[in-house]
Every structure is written in C-alpha cells, then in structure tokens.
Design a protein around this ligand. Structure first.
Ligand code: NAD
Ligand code: ZN
Length: 342
C-alpha cells in the first residue's frame, strides 16, 4: 500500500510502498479516506530536535484521519465492515491503575499512532477495536478527519463550567480556534482570543470568538475594559505554548479563575507564582482526549450545529501532499485535509 513515510533522518516525508498492516484478533482494519495535518506531523516533517529523539526511522506518520472498516479481527463483535470511523490516537495498555479505573487518558503506558507506532497517512491502518470511534451516519468526512485536534480543543475547554462565563484563549492556532467554537457553542458570554497573526484571529472570529486581541499592538486588559469586563476572565485556555501568552493569561484572570493548559511551553518557562497563589488560580494540564467522553461531546456538538468547515483552508488530493505541508510551514494554512480516495 501507499503511505507517507519518515524514511530518512532529514527534512521531508516520502510516499512509499509499504506492507499492509497485520490485523490481530482484537483489531479492525480501516481503509483511510481523509487525513489532516497536525503540528506534530510538522515537527516530524521538519525533523526538529523533538522529532529526532522521538521518532524511529522508518515510520508511517499521521494520526488525524477518518476511514471505513474493511476487515475485523475474530474477537471483534461490536464493529461492522462499512462503518465510518476515526481512531483515538493514543493506544493505552488497559492494565495500569488508571486504565483499570476507566481513566484511559491517564494511562501510564500510552503509545501514539504515527509517533510510536505505525500511523494513518496510509491507504490502510490497523487499530485495536478499543481505539475506534464510529461516526454518526452522514458526518462530513473532512470534518470527521479533524476529531483528534477537535478533541484536544474540546477536552481543554470542557474542563470547566462555561455557561455565561468570560473566556480567554491564548493562541489562535487550529486548536485555539476550535476551542473558541466550543466555548461559544457551550454558552460562554465573552470569548476573547489572542494571537500575533491577524488572519488567524479573523478565522477565530468566524468560528465563534466574540473579540480578538493581536498582542503585538493591543493589550488584553484594554480590550476587556472596552467590553465592560472589570474583574478578569473566569476561564483561561492556554493554546499557544508561548510563555509570554501564558503570563498574559495569568495577569488577566479573575480571582478564583480556572486555567487549562494544552500548549506546551519550554521547560524553563517561569510564571508569576504570587498571582497564582494570592488570586487562588487553578491550573490544570491537559493531554489528549478523554476516552470516550470527549468523543461523545464532539459528536453531539457537530450534531447540534457546530461547524468546523471554516477551519479547513486546504483540501488536496494526497498526491499533492507536498503542497499541504508547504502551506502548513509558511503559515498560510489552518487545517489541511488530504483526500486518499483516488
Ligand atoms: P499552533 O502552533 O498552530 O498555534 C499556536 C498559536 O499561538 C499560533 O497561531 C501562534 O501565532 C500563537 N502565538 C504565538 N505567540 C503568541 C503570543 N505571545 N500570544 C498569543 N498567541 C501567540 O498550534 P496548535 O496546533 O493550534 O496547538 C496548540 C498548542 O497545543 C501547541 O503548543 C501544541 O504543541 C499543543 N498541543 C498539545 C497537545 C496536548 O495533548 N497537550 C495536543 C496537541 C497540541
Ligand atoms: Zn494504561
């Protein structure tokens, strides 16, 4: 089968012929229809320091996808050939204390598809049945391919009560933008999002942000004042990984404010601890998606009208994958969806 492979320890990805994956008794084989490019794939493409120490070469990459079940293992009863599915990208052990307690997103032995094990940028992917999410009939395939990052946004946003609350999102990358859509859909009052790039902020506004702040020329506190906010934000979602943005957030929270942190700052990032302590802020790190409560909430939101289509800036046949990776690298893309049905 055809697959996009990290075949050499250098910048790039290569379309190669690789063997079909094996299908164990508890696995399903999925024929891939659409894939989307994630920031993680860009790290691997660009072969940065993290990728060099994490990715064994060769590796079939990618984890954002939707496809159709074409084969099931002999132990699999709950899935049928022909179902349209996505895969939860974290394969968990099922045996550690958290897994046994049903907290699989906290598994001590997580393995990532397209990172630690063979990925989804391929004609077929084999996954344990416990990693398969069946989409509702009629779900838009391009949207379905985004459930992994949409899940990051949903998991981060739905940590806290949002109804009627004022939300600050730092970072209008694809995940921050989707988080703005989730907050608005869940009944937040003001959804203020920050970035340093205007076209990302414009997209965020189309998707549900009520106000945008370009921090290169505006201050969050000034924008908050113009909309009648005086005590700070109730909820913060850190989606930039930028230490400056994180400190901006801490400085603009209401006393008792709650922050969930998805963005990954460098390990030497310092924050104003006195603000955290005297203002009694709650900070919570977020990893991946809850299996499968996050997936359930995502499906319901799509069903009840949340539209992710505006975030898809590029739809390309997979043969033009290079164009998609270039658009991600030059900052002109939000989400790139590659079509494998050729
Ligand atoms: P992205 O890099 O596309 O978006 C980050 C955005 O932050 C960019 O638009 C950038 O312009 C903006 N930014 C930079 N400096 C800023 C500043 N000072 N103030 C405000 N915004 C600023 O990333 P993404 O794909 O949307 O992902 C968001 C973050 O989440 C990344 O840090 C990513 O590594 C992380 N992530 C974490 C998990 C997890 O499980 N914890 C999963 C996926 C992604
Ligand atoms: Zn486990």
């Amino acid at each position: 089968m055809k697959a996009l492979v990290k075949a050499k320890s250098e910048v790039g990805l290569w379309m190669e012929d690789v063997p079909l994956p094996t299908v164990g008794i508890n696995d399903v084989l999925i024929k891939v229809k659409r894939t989307a490019i994630c920031g993680t794939d860009m790290h691997i493409y660009n072969w940065d320091e993290w990728a060099q120490k994490t990715i064994p070469v060769p590796m079939v990459v990618g984890h954002e996808f939707v496809g159709e079940i074409v084969e099931i293992g002999s132990n699999v009863n709950d899935f049928q050939i022909g179902q349209i599915v996505s895969g939860e990208g974290h394969v968990v052990c099922g045996r550690c204390r958290n897994c046994m307690a049903g907290r699989r997103h906290l598994c001590a032995n997580t393995s990532g598809i397209g990172v630690n094990r063979s990925g989804a940028f391929a004609e077929y992917i084999s996954l344990p049945m416990s990693n398969v999410w069946v989409h509702k009939e009629g779900t838009d395939l391009d949207v379905a391919s985004l459930f992994d990052p949409f899940g990051n946004a949903t998991h981060t946003a739905l940590q806290w009560d949002l109804l009627g609350e004022d939300i600050l999102i730092t970072g209008a990358g694809p995940i921050g933008i989707m988080a703005a859509a989730v907050c608005k859909h869940a009944g937040a009052r003001h959804v203020v999002i920050t970035d340093v790039v205007d076209n990302r902020l414009q997209l965020a506004q189309r998707m549900g942000a009520t106000h945008t702040v370009n921090v290169t020329r505006e201050k969050i506190e000034d924008v908050a004042k113009t909309i009648g906010m005086h005590e700070g934000f109730d909820v913060g979602l850190e989606m930039s990984g930028n230490p400056v943005a994180f400190n901006d957030m801490i400085n603009n929270m209401a006393h008792g404010g709650k922050i969930s942190i998805l963005g990954i700052p460098s390990s030497d990032t310092s924050i104003e601890w006195d603000k955290v302590i005297f203002n009694m802020l709650t900070l919570k790190g977020i990893y991946g998606r809850e299996m499968y409560e996050t997936w359930y909430k995502m499906s319901v939101m799509i069903d009840s009208g949340l539209d992710l289509n505006p975030i898809i800036t590029h739809r390309l046949p997979v043969d033009k994958f290079q164009e998609g990776f270039d658009a991600m690298n030059d900052g002109s893309a939000a989400k790139v969806v590659l079509n494998w049905e050729l």
